[in-house]
Design a protein around this ligand. Structure first.
Ligand code: AP5
Ligand code: MG
Ligand code: ZN
Length: 238
């Protein structure tokens, strides 16, 4: 039984390749909210060939951030959809202090807040290795790794049977810029949520299952008033 009355979001923060997408589906299911990933939404715009997708293309291919106003628009539109009426799990947003300010303000207007910001901490040296072996599902965005997390369905997605592909921005030189941009623009966002008292650090330098257990526990820990769902509590007690 869901007893939540506020509009709360949970954030999944971390460097490119930290494991946000890998962990998001289970966490979103446990929280009973949709997984909203700014990168996935931008890639969908690109594959549909929208004006927004075309505007975002050059930034993404260089590993730079897409301008704040474009990304904020996409995320706020997504949060207005019916399935997000009780909250959402945000992955890849906010990425700048300006984005965080808009999010905090908008949530405040709706009697909501960032309930928990789960920071998946990974040493920078593992990121290139993770991203260079990554394969993603074109249909459902599930994330695999050819060594660390191969799909049980071979070259198809184990979750939905979709096509797997490699992201063009996972090439080494682009990854290096993404990490540089992360350190410059996104680390301050992590400090911001730390100062607000909602940051939950998780050691992401371990196996996928161990990281998952800690993320579920961290998201269920109440920094603010919060009723965990039955499913979260069950998984955490596991
Ligand atoms: P986005 O799609 O958000 O990319 P990112 O933040 O760089 O993060 P990734 O998706 O690369 O990493 P992840 O943490 O999800 O890793 P994953 O779980 O897949 O953004 C792309 C671009 O869009 C940006 O560069 C920017 O241009 C634009 N953009 C997006 N949001 C924006 C915003 N808010 N503002 C402005 N621009 C924005 O895992 C990686 C690999 O590691 C996988 O192969 C996985 O199998 C493996 N793995 C995961 N966990 C483990 C583990 N514990 N052990 C071993 N391997 C693991
Ligand atoms: Mg991702
Ligand atoms: Zn799939």
């Amino acid at each position: 039984m869901m007893l939540r009355t506020r509009y709360d979001v949970v954030l999944l923060l971390g460097a490119p390749g930290a494991g946000k997408g890998t962990q998001a589906r289970v966490l979103a299911t446990a929280l009973d909210v949709p997984h909203v990933a700014s990168g996935d939404l931008l890639r969908e715009h690109r594959s549909r060939g929208t004006a927004l997708g075309q505007a975002a293309r050059a930034y993404m291919d260089r590993g730079d951030l897409v301008p704040d106003d474009l990304v904020v628009g996409i995320i706020l539109d997504r949060l207005r959809q019916g399935d997000a009426h009780r909250g959402a799990l945000l992955d890849g947003f906010p990425r700048t202090l300006a984005q965080a300010a808009v999010l905090d303000e908008r949530l405040g207007e709706h009697n909501g807040a960032v309930r928990s910001a789960v920071y998946v901490e990974v040493s920078l040296r593992v990121l290139v290795e993770r991203l260079s072996g990554r394969w993603l599902c074109r249909a459902c965005h599930a994330s695999y790794h050819e060594v660390f997390n191969p799909s049980a369905a071979g070259d198809r997605c184990a979750a939905c049977g979709g096509d797997l592909y490699q992201r063009p921005d996972d090439k080494r030189n682009v990854v290096e810029n993404r990490i540089h941009v992360y350190l410059r623009d996104t680390r301050p966002v992590i400090d911001h949520y730390g100062a607000l008292g909602v940051l939950q650090r998780v050691d992401g330098d371990r196996g996928i299952e161990a990281v998952r257990a800690d993320i579920l526990a961290a998201a269920a820990r109440p920094p603010l008033l919060y009723q965990p769902t039955l499913s979260t509590a069950a998984v955490v007690r596991g």
